[in-house]
Design a protein around this ligand. Structure first.
Ligand SMILES: O=C(O)CCCC[C@@H]1SC[C@@H]2NC(=O)N[C@@H]21
Ligand code: NA
Length: 612
């Protein structure tokens, strides 16, 4: 390592990195020229609804596991300890609720885009609002996703920043635009294997460098990085069991319950059971991913202790820690730095390709198709052009992220909370509250977005150093660490606890999803009651989840276990050929099945838009 801490790639590292891009490209081209050769939107967007649960579950996990998690989570654990690991508790409800409420509901409506649900339940305007909000969320998120690895790579290895961004963006855009969802899912599978291998390699070498497992354990334990469960109910404390384990559930629901990228994967399943299974199988994948990135943070601490390269000015932001660590530790293992960088870009590619594909799908299905009729060939070509143009927008977004300097993990999770939260609220308003009407939905969504930007931006600004004098960390009455980039344990005594508006501004970012989704539901219901609530009978069949009926039948089973041997009406398995999703024309049988499952008081089923 030369004095400036700069590290250099060997030729092998570049070769491994290039191999990753070539392999991803090859998978994409394979699906562009085999099967139906991506000639229909059914294949381009939904893989002909033939996907099996194993590749789907890896793709579902990879979609929201980008370089942000690979770089940001270890940096978080290095600086603040393993409290963040408790976010794994939110995966239980965060996946069970989608598996048993959202997936069956969306699957049996034979949706083409999740926003079509909003038109079925409310009206076209609500669908448009939902679609535009989603596009806004994913475009910003893509910017973070493509920029993060390039930034870290450039800072540590001198790898040309915009060269990396363009290389990633180009390869990703091409295989997504050419290979459609099949290519995206199978490259996600390949990239997940690379991700796990790369992280595991670094952890093993790191533990070895720290003097072996027992020495490493003693160092992280004595360094206070093994955090116990923190049950502090204060919502302004950045990471506690409540903000991560409960606040995280809302974050997970906004991603794995109602986000188009994930719903599209559920809808591309061969049967509803496969879709539910794929959701279940995400759980172990996510836990492994979380474990690997948290262990990486601990190993970094075991190797560096408190005198991190940050203090030694080798790097300028804690998000460069991981790559610096990798180059520092793997310097003598030619090829391993390249493997880890391939892992980093795999994480990035698998997220951005899913974002491109879902953005192209909703733009086509929700914004273009309902207004312009066109041939299947033209629609597929236009979808590919859209995927291409989103690629260009994404690189532009990367530049914007370049300007905003905050921890990438917090930036990504804040985007989900600030934009994904209101969207979650909009769907919950529709699914759980039959009385909610379209006006309530639109105004509720607007209120949720206003709330999220008010608290999000307000919180961001209130952390700016100018507005608040930053006391030395070792003082007891430290200013509440709203930005969360404190390194040592901060003592927030009662006197300095923020109150009123300031309290709202210093709310932990992990509560954004819960706060914003609740705001949408609350305002949505108030406005609905003020403007004439929808009558149960007017609700479109299959668009409401019967909370009361389900609660009653569960209670019934508890009270009279003998009753459970009769198959409950809700879960009648529709027989084989009807269980297939998508391709079949909706026949009365399926409609009736949907009806018995979802609402008791249905009227004649509304004319659903035929599935694409
Ligand atoms: O990695 C990213 O791109 C964003 C950070 C992780 C997003 C959330 S956190 C909870 C869930 N677990 C994951 O691995 N990803 C999602
Ligand atoms: Na990813």
């Amino acid at each position: 390592m030369d004095p400036t801490g700069q590290k250099y790639f060997t030729i092998i590292d570049y070769v491994i990195f290039a191999l990753l891009l070539v392999a991803s490209m090859a998978i994409g081209l394979y699906y562009a020229f085999t099967g139906g050769r991506q000639r229909t939107t059914q294949e381009f967007m939904y893989a002909d609804r033939s996907m099996k649960c194993l590749p789907l579950s890896l793709s579902l996990m990879a979609t929201f596991q980008s370089a942000v998690a690979i770089i940001g989570t270890p940096a978080e654990v290095y600086a603040n300890g393993t409290q963040y690991w408790f976010i794994g508790c939110s995966y239980i409800l965060g996946l069970l609720i989608p598996a048993h409420i959202f997936i069956p509901l969306f699957y049996r409506l034979h949706l083409t885009s999740v926003y079509q649900y909003l038109e079925l339940r409310f009206c076209k305007a609500v669908r448009i609002c939902g679609t535009v909000t989603f596009i806004f969320q994913m475009v910003i998120y893509m910017g973070v996703g493509i920029y993060t690895p390039a930034l870290a790579l450039n800072a540590v290895t001198g790898f040309h920043l915009w060269g990396a961004v363009l290389a990633t963006g180009l390869v990703c855009t091409l295989y997504t635009a050419l290979g459609g969802l099949k290519a995206v899912v199978w490259t996600d599978v390949f990239q997940t294997v690379v991700m796990f291998t790369g992280q595991l390699a670094v952890i093993i070498v790191g533990v070895h460098q720290a003097g072996g497992l027992s020495d490493a354990w003693v160092k992280v334990r004595d360094g206070g990085r093994i955090s116990g469960i923190d049950l502090n109910p204060d919502p302004t404390v950045r990471h506690t069991f409540w903000t991560l384990g409960v606040g995280g559930v809302f974050l997970m629901l906004s991603l794995y319950g109602v986000n188009q990228a994930q719903v599209q994967r559920y809808l591309s399943s061969r049967t509803e059971k496969e879709a539910v299974m794929s959701c279940y199988m995400v759980f172990p994948c996510l836990q492994v991913a979380l474990m690997l990135s948290c262990l990486m943070g601990l190993v970094m601490y075991a190797c560096y202790g408190n005198n991190s390269p940050l203090e030694q000015q080798y790097i300028t932001s804690k998000d460069q820690m991981v790559l610096y660590f990798v180059m520092d530790m793997l310097q003598n293992f030619p090829g391993l730095p390249g493997l880890f960088v391939a892992c980093l870009f795999s994480a990035s590619l698998s997220t951005i390709s899913s974002a491109f594909n879902s953005l192209a799908t909703v733009t086509m299905v929700d914004l273009i198709k309902p207004h312009y009729s066109m041939t299947e060939a033209r629609a597929t070509l236009l979808s590919k052009m859209l995927a291409l143009s989103y690629g260009i927008i994404c690189v532009a977004m990367a530049y914007l992220v370049h300007l905003m300097n905050s921890s990438v993990l917090q930036a990504a999770l804040s985007i989900f909370g600030m934009v994904g939260g209101p969207l979650l609220g909009l769907f919950c308003l529709g699914i759980f509250f039959p009385c909610a009407n379209s006006i309530g939905a639109v105004i509720g969504l607007a209120a949720g977005l206003v709330m999220s930007f008010w608290v999000g931006i307000g919180g961001f600004l209130s952390r700016m150093p100018s507005s608040v004098q930053v006391l030395p960390l070792n003082s007891t009455n430290t200013v509440p660490a709203a930005s969360g980039n404190i390194t040592g344990p901060a003592v927030i005594d009662a006197a300095s606890r923020p109150v009123g508006l300031n309290g709202l501004y210093s709310l932990s970012y992990m509560w954004y999803s819960a706060l914003n989704s609740s705001t949408v539901v609350l305002i949505g219901l108030v406005i609905s009651f003020m403007t004439g609530p929808t009558k149960g009978a007017d609700v479109a069949s299959g668009t409401v989840y019967p909370v009361m009926r389900t609660a009653q039948s569960l209670l019934h089973k508890l009270v009279k276990p003998s009753a459970c041997c009769t198959s409950p009406p809700e879960h009648t398995q529709i027989d084989g050929h009807k269980e297939m999703n998508g391709n079949i024309k909706e026949d009365a049988g399926t409609e009736e099945e949907t009806e018995t499952f979802l609402t008791s008081n249905a009227v004649s089923p509304v004319e659903h838009e035929t599935s694409v």
